[in-house]
Design a protein around this ligand. Structure first.
Ligand code: FNR
Length: 361
C-alpha cells in the first residue's frame, strides 16, 4: 500500500518517486547554485518561538481576510505554471482543492488550463497572476478576460524581466507545452536547438522594459486591485505603495530567479516597516510548516503563499493531495497557535519570535 505522508516534506518525497525526472527537476529546482533555495527553508529554521503559557486556547480561530475576502486561514496557493507536468488534472484539481479548503488560488499566467476553464471548474474567490509580454496587447487582453471571468485581483510578477538560469532545466532540455492563456493571441516558435524550452519561450516573450510607470498603464486597463509580487527591499516596497498597489508579496520566486537574494523571511520585517500598514504584505518562499506560517505572521505578514508543496501534493495524489497539503499546513498552524498561546491571528505578535542577527549561514 502507498504510504501516507505526515508532513509536507514527505509529500515532496512521494512526488519525487512518482514524477519523471524532467518534471520533478523543473518543480523542485532553483537558479544557479541554488543557495537561495536552501536559504528560504533554512532561514525559517533559525527563528525560534517564544510561546506564552496559561492562555485559554480551548478555541483557536485561524480565519483571515485578504482585500475583503474571507479565508479559512492565512495560507494561499501561489501561482505555479505548467501544472500538468505534475498531474493531468493540473490547475483544475488545484482550483477545486483550494475552494474546498476555503482558500484563494492565484492562477498562473502560464497555466495549462485556460483561465476560463479554471474559472468554470468551481465557485471560489481566485486571483490571476500576470507576466507582461512584449507588445503589451497580450497582457491587456488576458487581464480583461480575467476580470470578465470573476478573478478578484491581478498579481503582477515583477521579478522576471528575464528567466533565471535554472541549470537542471537546461540539462534536461525541458519541454513545456505552449502557454494556453495566450492561444490565438500570439504565435511563438518554441523550437530550441537544445537547452531549456521554457528559457527559449521566455526570452522571446517576456518584456524586460516593464517598469514602475507601467503600473499606471495596468491600472488604466483594469478595475481589479493590483498586487505586486517579487518585492525584497524597503525601497521597492515604498515605490509600490507610491504607485498605488493594493498589496505586496515578499518573494524571490521560490529562488528560481536571482540566486543569492536573501531568504524572504529575513527581509519581511524590513518591508512591513516600510509600508507601515498601508497595504497588506504577503510572503512566499520556503513555507513548509505551520510554525513557518506563524513566524511570518509574527514578523508582520498578513498571509503566506505556498508554491512547491501544492505541486507536490498534486503530483502525489491529485486534487486530494492538494487538499491534504493545504489542510495539513492549516492544522499545523492551528496547533502552533494553541501551543504558543495565541487563540486568534491577532494574538500573534513580534514578541512570539526570536530572530537571530541576520547573517546568512
Ligand atoms: C513558480 N513560481 C511562479 N511564480 C509566478 O509568479 N508565476 C509562475 O508561473 C510561477 N511558476 C512557478 C512554477 C513552479 C514549479 C514553482 C516551484 C514556482 C513561483 C511561485 O509563485 C512562488 O513564488 C514560489 O513557489 C514560492 O516558494 P515555495 O513555496 O515553492 O518555496
Amino acid at each position: 500500500m502507498e504510504e501516507d505522508p505526515v508532513n509536507l516534506r514527505e509529500f515532496q518525497e512521494l512526488a519525487k518517486r512518482k514524477l519523471p525526472k524532467m518534471s520533478y527537476d523543473y518543480i523542485s529546482g532553483g537558479a544557479e547554485d541554488q543557495f537561495t533555495l536552501r536559504e528560504n527553508v533554512e532561514a525559517f529554521q533559525r527563528i525560534m518561538l517564544r510561546p506564552r503559557i496559561l492562555v485559554d486556547v480551548s478555541k483557536i480561530d485561524t480565519s483571515s481576510t485578504l482585500l475583503g475576502h474571507k479565508m479559512s486561514s492565512p495560507i494561499l496557493v501561489a501561482p505555479t505554471g505548467s501544472q500538468q507536468l505534475a498531474h493531468p488534472d493540473g490547475e483544475l484539481a488545484t482550483a477545486r482543492a483550494a475552494a474546498a479548503c476555503n482558500t484563494i488560488q492565484v492562477l498562473s499566467f502560464a497555466s495549462d488550463y485556460t483561465l476560463e476553464e479554471v474559472a468554470s471548474s468551481c465557485d471560489a474567490v481566485r486571483f490571476f497572476q500576470l507576466y507582461v509580454f512584449k507588445g503589451r496587447d497580450v497582457a491587456a487582453a488576458v487581464v480583461q478576460r480575467a476580470e470578465r471571468n470573476g478573478y478578484k485581483a491581478i498579481v503582477l510578477t515583477a521579478d522576471t524581466p528575464r528567466l533565471g538560469r535554472r541549470e537542471a532545466d537546461i540539462k534536461n532540455k525541458l519541454i513545456i507545452p505552449m502557454n494556453r492563456n495566450v492561444e490565438g493571441l500570439m504565435s511563438v516558435d518554441i523550437h530550441t536547438t537544445g537547452g531549456s524550452g521554457l528559457e527559449a519561450f521566455a526570452s522571446k516573450t517576456l518584456d524586460p522594459s516593464l517598469s514602475w510607470k507601467d503600473i499606471e498603464w495596468l491600472k488604466s486597463i483594469t478595475r481589479l486591485p493590483i498586487i505586486v509580487k517579487g518585492v525584497l527591499t524597503a525601497e521597492d516596497a515604498i515605490k509600490a505603495v507610491e504607485v498605488g498597489v493594493s498589496g505586496i508579496i515578499v518573494s524571490n520566486h521560490g529562488a528560481r530567479q536571482l540566486d543569492y537574494t536573501p531568504a524572504t523571511i529575513t527581509v519581511l520585517e524590513e518591508v512591513v516597516k516600510a509600508v507601515s500598514g498601508s497595504v497588506p504584505v504577503l510572503l512566499d518562499g520556503g513555507v513548509r510548516r505551520g510554525t513557518d506560517v506563524f513566524k511570518a505572521l509574527a514578523l508582520g505578514a498578513k498571509a503566506v503563499m505556498i508554491g512547491r508543496p501544492v505541486v507536490y501534493g498534486l503530483a502525489a495524489k491529485g486534487e486530494d493531495g492538494v487538499k491534504r497539503v493545504i489542510t495539513m499546513l492549516q492544522k499545523e498552524l492551528e496547533l502552533t497557535m494553541a501551543l504558543a498561546g495565541c487563540p486568534t491571528l491577532k494574538d500573534i505578535t513580534r514578541n512570539h519570535v526570536m530572530v537571530p542577527h541576520q547573517k546568512p549561514r
